[in-house]
Design a protein around this ligand. Structure first.
Ligand SMILES: Nc1nc2c(ncn2[C@@H]2O[C@H](COP(=O)(O)OP(=O)(O)OP(=O)(O)O)[C@@H](O)[C@H]2O)c(=O)[nH]1
Length: 453
C-alpha cells in the first residue's frame, strides 16, 4: 500500500456496507463497489444496517439519510454510541443537502457527506480517500500498539530525556532497574541519577546538540554508575541517541551490567589467586613485582625478595600422603602471608612448595628479620614431619635478596640471588634464613636470641 502519494490503491480486503432503502440505489452502488474490488454488504433499512455493522465491522459505511423508520441520522447516532461500531467511518449520501443537513451529518460524526443524485466517479474517489485515511489510522494504531508492547516488555531500560536533562518518560524495565514506581521518574533530572561529573558531561552534550541539531550524533554506549532509589549504586551501560521531533529529545537505553561486573571482578580475582592456598599466584606476583620494581627505580628505595621452600616436602608427601601435603601447604601459606602486612608487601605461591614474598621499601636487615620471623612461625605450627632428618616438624629454608634497582639491574638477577641464598640455606642444614649479604650485628644478635628460645 502506498500511503505517501496520490497513487493509493485500497486494500483488496476493504469491506463496505451500503445502507439505502431504494433498491435501485443499492444495486447500482453495490455493483460499483464490487467493481472497485471491495467486499460489499447491503442493507435496506437503518435497523438492518446496524445489525450488519455490528456483525461484520466494515471499514466504511455509505449511509442514506432519508429512509422510512430509522433514518440515516438516527442510524449514525446509534452506530456512534455503540463501542463495537463507534469507530467505523460513516459517509452520508442524501438528496437533503442543505447546509444544515450537511452540518448535522458532520456533527453526528460522519467523515463525509455526498449530495444526491450521486456522481459515481466522485463516490468512488471519496470512498477511496476515506479508506486511505482509515487504513493509515489503523496502521498508525497498530504501529503504536506494537511499539508500546515492545517498550513495556523490553529487557533494556528506556528513558526519553529532554534537552535540559529532564526525564520525560521511562519504561517499566527502567523503573524496575532503578527501584522506582511507574511514572515516578518523569519530571526528575538525570542529574538525580548520575554523579555530578557524568551528569555535567551529558547535559553539555544535550545542550550542544539541541543548539545544533544538524550535527547530532549518537553519544554511543558508556558504562555509568547510576543511583538506585535506595541510594545504592548500580553499574549500567547507557546508550544515548538524539531524536528530533517537535523538540530535541534523547533516547537513553540502559542495560544492567552489575552481574557481569561482579562475575568479571570475581574472574579477575580468581585469575590472581592460587586455588589451593588462596594467596596470590605467580602471575599476580610477577606483575606486582614489576610495578614495585619500577617504583623503586623512581624512588631509589630498597626492594627485598624472599624465597621460601618447604624442607623435605617430597618425603612429607610420601609419608603422609598428598592430601596431607596440601593441608600443610595451606598452613604454611597462611603463616607466610601473615607477614605481608603493608600494601606494598605481597606473599605468593610461586610453584609446588615454593613461596615468595616481596617487601617493597624494605632494607636487607628488615627483610632478614621478617624472614626469620616467618621461619620460626612455620616451625611453631608444629606440623608433624615424622621422617624428616631436620626436625620432627615442618620447616622452611629461606633466601633473601635486597636491591635498590637501577636501570642496569633486572628482576631476574634479584630472583637468582634470592634462590641462591635459599639453596645455601638448604645446604647449610635447612630450617634457616640466608641473605645475599651478611646480616648486621644487630640482626645476628636477634637471630641468636631467637635460636636460644
Ligand atoms: N601435596 C602437594 N605436593 C606438592 C604440590 N606441589 C608440589 N608438591 C610436591 O612437592 C615436592 C617437592 O619436592 P622437592 O622439590 O624434591 O623437595 P624435597 O627434596 O622434598 O625437599 P628439599 O630438598 O628440602 O627442597 C614434590 O614431591 C612435589 O610432588 C602440591 O600442590 N601438593
Amino acid at each position: 500500500m502506498n500511503q505517501g502519494g496520490t497513487s493509493f490503491t485500497p486494500r483488496r480486503d476493504a469491506v463496505i456496507l451500503i445502507v439505502d432503502d431504494a433498491p435501485d440505489n443499492l444495486s447500482v452502488l453495490r455493483k460499483l463497489m464490487v467493481e472497485q474490488g471491495y467486499q460489499t454488504y447491503v442493507a435496506n433499512s437503518g435497523e438492518r444496517g446496524l445489525e450488519i455493522a455490528r456483525r461484520v465491522h466494515p471499514h466504511l459505511i455509505l449511509l442514506d439519510v432519508i429512509m422510512p423508520g430509522m433514518d440515516g441520522f438516527e442510524t449514525c447516532r446509534q452506530l456512534k454510541s455503540h463501542p463495537a461500531t463507534e469507530d467505523i467511518p460513516v459517509l452520508f449520501m442524501s438528496a437533503r443537502n442543505e447546509q444544515e443537513d450537511v452540518v448535522t451529518g458532520f456533527e453526528l460524526g460522519a467523515v463525509d457527506y455526498i449530495g444526491k443524485p450521486l456522481r459515481m466517479a466522485e463516490v468512488c474517489a471519496r470512498v477511496r480517500t476515506q479508506l486511505q485515511i482509515r487504513f493509515a489510522t489503523e496502521t498508525q494504531q497498530e504501529q503504536s500498539e506494537r511499539l508500546r508492547t515492545i517498550v513495556n516488555n523490553m529487557a533494556e531500560g528506556l528513558l526519553i530525556i529532554e534537552a535540559d536533562g529532564r526525564i520525560q518518560f521511562t519504561n517499566p524495565a527502567c523503573d524496575q532497574y532503578l527501584g522506582y514506581m511507574s511514572h515516578e521518574l518523569a519530571g526528575k533530572s538525570i542529574s538525580d541519577l548520575l554523579n555530578p561529573l557524568v551528569a555535567g558531561e551529558y547535559l553539555d552534550y544535550f545542550a550542544r546538540y539541541a543548539a545544533n541539531p544538524e550535527a547530532a550524533h549518537s553519544h554511543g554506549t558508556r558504562e555509568v554508575i547510576i543511583r538506585h532509589r535506595t541510594g545504592k549504586s548500580v553499574c549500567m551501560d547507557l546508550t544515548l541517541t538524539p531524536m528530533f521531533l517537535r523538540q530535541p529529545l534523547f533516547i537513553g537505553l540502559l542495560h544492567d551490567i552489575t552481574h557481569h561486573k561482579l562475575s568479571e571482578d570475581a574472574l579477575q580475582r580468581a585469575a590472581m589467586i592460587d586455588p589451593l592456598t588462596k594467596i596470590a599466584n605467580r602471575r599476580h606476583f610477577d606483575s606486582f613485582l614489576e610495578k614495585e620494581w619500577q617504583r623503586a627505580m623512581r624512588t631509589g628505595a630498597p626492594l627485598s625478595l624472599v624465597v621460601l621452600d618447604v624442607d623435605h616436602f617430597k618425603l612429607f608427601n610420601d609419608t603422609l600422603g598428598h592430601a596431607q601435603g596440601d593441608v600443610c601447604l595451606q598452613q604454611v601459606a597462611q603463616a607466610i602471608s601473615a607477614h605481608a602486612l603493608r600494601v606494598t608487601d605481597l606473599a605468593a605461591r610461586y610453584g609446588g612448595e615454593e613461596f615468595v614474598l616481596l617487601f617493597a621499601e624494605t632494607d636487607a636487615d628488615s627483610a632478614y628479620q621478617m624472614a626469620e620471623s616467618i621461619r620460626t612461625h612455620v616451625e611453631s605450627l608444629h606440623i608433624p614431619h615424622p621422617r624428616s632428618a631436620t626436625s620432627p616438624h615442618i620447616t622452611v629454608s629461606i633466601g633473601v635478596a635486597t636491591l635498590c634497582p637501577t636501570p642496569t639491574d633486572n628482576i631476574e638477577s634479584l630472583f637468582v640471588a634470592a634462590d641462591r641464598a635459599m639453596y645455601a640455606a638448604k645446604e647449610d642444614g635447612r630450617n634457616q634464613v640466608r641473605a645475599t649479604r651478611p646480616p648486621t650485628t644487630a640482626i645476628e644478635a636477634a637471630r641468636a636470641a631467637l635460636a636460644k628460645r
